[in-house]
Design a protein around this ligand. Structure first.
Ligand SMILES: *Cc1c(COP(=O)(O)O)cnc(C)c1O
Length: 388
């Protein structure tokens, strides 16, 4: 590596260490390493078309009307009021909804207040689920197998839980970082088989990408919550609505749990833009336009994945999310690959070296716009050779 590139590479490594089990944001990278040019952020997992849509509404309704001032100057509504707004969109009564400052706040509040004793976390996973636990909790890992592409095997999972007898379990569906997906009917069987588990936490942050038919429809988990009293749903709006910066997420849980959380905390934990988003989410005009771009994005994403499978020397794991887990099989290191992508092609990607349960040279690639995905494919062909 030329000297100046080596210096940049070292700076990136330092920033990565400082970010713990998450990746430094593209802003941090650009701010700290001004000599670095990043054209494509294939690290962050969001639907860019959804961000465009949100911005169109914001431009029209907040910026050009100057209503943005109200959003900034005044308090947002209280938690319960925003829950009431969301209630209609997800067909769940407001008493069961807890609005979070991003889903991580919901994860944190659930883990701190309702989980103690044994918690089963499937690995590889989103790290907050074992990092945010309280000191009364003991995490037991359920390791998904490489042979099964890191997907959960329904029967082996149920047997494992019955043997372990945990107080709580967490299932992320589709899962991050591998994109594996438990179809609705299998998830239903899993939950039905585990009535003795006090909390079955289901993180549905990528559900809007997880189509169940040719028309790209997904199945809402509201019905699961209504059917099983031990289910807790956690949903981030960051990824499928492309709005991580405004921190919008929510949880659906027993009403006593919501009441307990709101009794002495979280009154104004949202913000004006997040409230604005939840109001849009309840509107038919927004919903219709969102559905349209959601399906276009899924279609392009799946096309991107199928192109990836034609690149030599890499294995692409099947994904129903908006990212794919890639394993490099030609003997090169994932860290070298990530650096080359960034320094030579201006494409930011993520190694999965910090993910427990993943042993090998793994990288996670997010799907972006069609043009950006094409550039990613082009650079992968440069690195690994032409399409098979
Ligand atoms: C990103 C992510 C979250 C956190 O989402 P925020 O709403 O941005 O806090 C939660 N769960 C999973 C699985 C995620 O990937």
């Amino acid at each position: 590596m030329p000297h100046n590139k080596q210096i940049i590479a070292d700076k990136i490594t330092t920033l990565k260490k400082a970010a713990g089990s998450h990746s430094p944001s593209i802003f941090t990278l650009i701010e700290r390493i001004p000599e670095l040019t990043i054209d494509i952020d294939a690290c962050f997992l969001s639907n860019p078309y959804a961000t465009n849509l949100f911005m169109q509404y914001m431009d029209r309704e907040l910026l050009s009307t100057k209503k943005l001032r109200n959003v900034l100057e005044f308090y947002p509504s209280q938690n319960g009021v925003i829950a009431d707004i969301l209630s209609k969109s997800i067909s769940i009564d407001k008493e069961y909804i807890f609005i979070g400052n991003g889903a991580v706040e919901v994860i944190q509040s659930v883990l701190h207040n309702f989980v103690e004793g044994k918690l089963v976390v499937n690995i590889p996973t989103f790290s907050s689920y074992y990092e945010f636990i309280n000191d009364k909790t003991q995490v037991v890992f359920y390791k998904t197998s490489k042979d099964n592409n890191y997907a959960i095997n329904r029967e082996s999972y149920i047997d494992f839980i019955k043997a372990q007898k945990p107080q709580s379990v967490i299932i992320i569906n589709p899962n991050n970082p591998d994109g594996s997906y438990i179809p609705y009917k299998d998830l239903h069987i899993i939950i039905q088989s585990l009535p003795e588990v006090e909390n079955i936490i289901i993180d549905e942050s990528f559900l809007h990408f997880a189509y169940e038919n040719k028309n790209y429809d997904f199945i809402s988990y509201s019905s699961l919550f209504k059917e099983f009293s031990n289910v807790i749903l956690i949903k981030s709006m960051s990824k499928d609505f492309g709005i991580a910066g405004i921190r919008a997420g929510y949880g659906v849980m027993a009403k006593q749990k919501v009441a307990k959380l709101l009794k002495n905390a979280y009154l104004w934990n949202s913000n004006g833009l997040s409230e604005y988003f939840f109001r849009l989410y309840a509107r038919d005009d927004f919903k219709q336009e969102y559905e349209y771009i959601r399906k276009i994005y899924i279609k392009q994403t799946q096309e991107f994945f199928s192109m990836l499978t034609q690149i030599p020397c890499i294995k692409v794991y099947p994904s129903k999310a908006n990212f794919a887990l890639i394993e490099i099989l030609n003997g090169s290191k994932n860290t070298d690959f990530v650096m080359t992508m960034l320094l030579e092609y201006g494409i930011y990607t993520r190694t999965c070296s910090d993910k427990i349960g993943l042993n090998g040279e793994f990288v996670r690639l997010a799907s972006r716009t069609k043009e950006e995905n094409e550039k990613v494919i082009q650079s992968l062909q440069d690195i690994f050779g032409n399409l098979k």
